[in-house]
Design a protein. Structure first.
Length: 224
């Protein structure tokens, strides 16, 4: 069953190389359901359903060298999002930039199947920020845009990573995808109430809400 975004009121490998700041051609290759997670806000702690979206990056950096890791694989970057289509949410803003059009009220209320973005190409804008507490520099995705027609016409590169989708709404979640994420994210998932409902004491399978792919009359220029 699909993860649906609606309008509703890390640690990693030691040889990980961060994607440099700038605009890059990228392909969404993995979506991971992190479950409901606590979020510290100015109004206190809120609990929100969260997903992680991963992109592989293609092309050259500012120095003209390919954007690859020490193993010669495409660099990758992941971004966590609250699973909501509220107008002010980061997910909503990023998806609208990627689609090149805003969501209608019917789409926001009816729900958007997040799995639609899997395997889709985009332009990602990577920025850097520094933690006030640790002084550590983080590279994040600050925006998503459609791939320009000129790049599409020239031919998109071949994707590298297999497409992966992990959702605790599925009858049989893909544990191979679960095992592909960092131990940090695996632990976050295991602490979520959704995971506990399935695997915890007195567990019972979560039931979805009958979500379906919403009908769409989007034109061919919208990637999803």
């Amino acid at each position: 069953m699909s993860l649906i975004a609606k309008s509703v009121s890390s640690g990693g490998d030691s040889d990980f190389v961060p994607v440099p700041v700038g605009m890059h051609l990228a392909r969404c290759y993995r979506i991971v359901d992190l479950g409901t997670q606590p979020k510290q806000t100015e109004f206190g702690v809120k609990h929100q359903r969260t997903i992680m979206v991963s992109f592989e990056v293609h092309g050259d950096g500012a120095d003209g060298k390919p954007l690859v890791t020490g193993r010669g694989e495409p660099m990758s970057i992941s971004q966590d999002y609250n699973l909501t289509l509220n107008e002010k949410s980061t997910l909503s803003k990023h998806l609208e930039g990627w689609r090149g059009t805003t969501f209608s009220e019917a789409e926001r209320n009816g729900g958007f199947d997040i799995k639609k973005i899997l395997g889709v190409w985009s332009m990602i804008n990577v920025t850097a920020s520094t933690s006030k507490k640790t002084a550590k520099v983080y590279h994040n995705i600050s925006g998503l845009l459609q791939v320009p027609r000129m790049i599409k016409d020239a031919g998109l590169p071949e994707g590298f990573n297999p497409l992966g989708y992990f959702s605790m709404e599925d009858d049989v979640p893909d544990m191979e995808v679960f095992n592909s994420v960092s131990q940090y994210h695996q632990n976050k998932i295991k602490q979520s109430p959704e995971w506990q409902a399935i695997h915890g004491e007195g567990a019972k399978a979560l039931k979805g809400e009958g979500f379906q792919h919403p009908d769409s009359d989007m034109n061919d220029d919208i990637p999803f």
